[in-house]
Design a protein around this ligand. Structure first.
Ligand code: UGA
Length: 435
């Protein structure tokens, strides 16, 4: 298959490299010449484990190339994927679809022969209809089908998720389009990944429903964690106790400082708006959004409490800034609200993150950045683990005890066992666990 990937951001690049690895011939297109230039030189615009090596290998084998102009790639393609950004529109929270529609217009002008145009970007229900309308208006003679094929990749695990998906959802209203998509994903037959063919609108909604459900699961266990703290129960045992029930499932029941990232916050909000507009509000998801927003700031109060009720004049060391490990992504990271809350309360905050500090510097200019966890903890009155990077899972607490002004640890990801740290002389606070 010949594939054109329009948009070489996170989704486009990972999908393009994986399709090329499957044996397809892929052109990744992006309007940003600097990005294309650096991709050609083998430099990745994002941090994603395994991506650089996969891109290098598929480029070497001649199956992956990069262009700034889509004309030739689209003309030759069997399938053209739209993988451009859909940021939240400022003001109303709706997904901003202007990049998607601009891509559709440009693609329309370059189509030759039967082509399947696939939206991979997360787009509200009905966007496929509009993409099709735009293409048909711009190119009335084009032989084209418009399909929805949402992605379910997690940052930090995207390549594995792409190659071993739980399922592939294809929203195709025409059988011949579904056939092309079957060919595109044929290399995954070996892994027996189910390909679910649905209507286009169903596929579009499935993506939002999946993310909203996962966000709800996390928010549910976070509220259980708060309750556990009140009644003296252990949320991790509760999560295991309910998760072993197959109807519930054990994943995404890890209590923490609230979900962040580029997907859950944006997609839950977009679903809320779509549902309101459709006259069928999703009140459960509305509540999830507001509970999660409040939780991030509440985590700052938790730290303040662990410091004896006040942090004015104190130094707090924060380990982990990104919204989760194995990414440099700071979007909607709980660390942003937590650090702001601590600074508002008069604390000096010093932070360390293995990959996120470059992005963090622009968002958190008033922060001191450390060289490593120990440099971060030196002289601190409390150590707060906000993101569970592997580098924070086996810290040398004897060394930390000697370095810190007060032996206080707030572990917002439950990386450690309370009894272990208490045995080492620390005052330990986790999430949803008896102290
Ligand atoms: C999420 C989904 O998991 C993907 O399936 C989806 O494709 C993607 O959004 C998207 O729409 O593009 P991602 O945002 O990369 O992926 O990250 P997750 O691993 O899902 O984590 C999201 C947030 O939830 C993080 O802040 C994480 O720390 C938090 N989380 C996750 C918890 O607090 N507890 C958990 O048990 C799981």
């Amino acid at each position: 298959m010949r594939i054109a990937m329009v948009g070489s951001g996170y989704v486009g690049l990972v999908s393009g490299a994986c399709f090329a690895d499957f044996g397809h011939s892929v052109v990744c297109v992006d309007k940003d010449p600097a990005k294309i230039e650096s991709l050609r030189a083998g430099r990745m615009p994002i941090y994603e484990p395994g991506l650089e090596a996969l891109v290098a290998e598929t480029v070497r084998q001649g199956r992956l190339t990069f262009r700034t102009d889509l004309t030739e790639a689209v003309a030759q393609a069997d399938a053209v994927f739209i993988a451009v950004g859909t940021p939240s529109r400022r003001g109303d929270g709706f997904a901003d679809l202007s990049y998607v529609y601009a891509a559709a217009r440009e693609i329309a002008g370059a189509l030759t022969g039967y082509t399947v145009v696939v939206t991979k970007s997360t787009v509200p229900v009905g966007t496929g209809d509009e993409v099709e309308r735009i293409i048909r208006e711009a190119a009335p003679d084009a032989d084209v089908s418009v399909v929805s094929n949402p992605e379910f990749l997690r940052e930090g695990a995207a390549i594995g998720d792409f190659k071993r998906p739980d399922r592939i959802v294809v929203g195709a209203d025409e059988a011949r389009a579904a056939e092309v998509m079957n060919e595109v994903y044929r290399p995954l037959y070996l892994n027996q990944a189910p390909i679910l063919v649905t209507s286009r609108r169903t596929a579009e909604l499935t993506k939002y429903a999946a993310n909203a459900f996962l966000a709800t699961k996390i928010t549910f266990i976070n509220e259980m964690a708060d309750l556990c703290e009140r009644v003296g129960a252990d949320v991790q045992a509760v999560a295991r106790g309910i998760g072993l029930d197959n109807r519930i499932g054990s994943k995404f029941l890890h209590a923490g400082p609230g979900y962040g990232g580029s997907c859950f916050p944006k997609d839950t909000l977009a679903l809320v708006k779509t549902a309101q507009d459709a006259g069928s509000p999703v009140r459960l998801v509305e509540t999830v959004v507001s509970v999660n927003d409040q939780r991030k700031r509440a985590m700052a109060r938790k730290v303040i409490q662990a410091c004896g009720g006040a942090v004015r004049g104190k130094t707090v060391a924060v380990l982990g800034l990104t919204f989760k490990p194995n990414t440099d992504d700071m979007r909607e990271a709980p660390s942003l609200a937590i650090i702001a809350g601590l600074q508002d309360a008069g604390a000096t905050v010093r932070a360390y993150d293995p990959e996120g500090m470059e992005q963090a510097r622009t968002l958190l200019p008033d922060l001191a950045y450390a060289e490593d966890p120990y440099d971060c903890a030196e002289g601190a009155d409390a150590l707060v683990i906000v993101t569970e990077w592997n580098a924070f899972r086996a810290l040398d607490f004897e060394r930390l005890h000697g370095l810190m002004a007060a032996p206080v640890v707030v572990d917002l990801r439950n990386v450690y066992r309370p009894q272990d740290l208490e045995a080492k002389g620390f005052r330990y606070t986790g999430v949803g666990r008896p102290e």
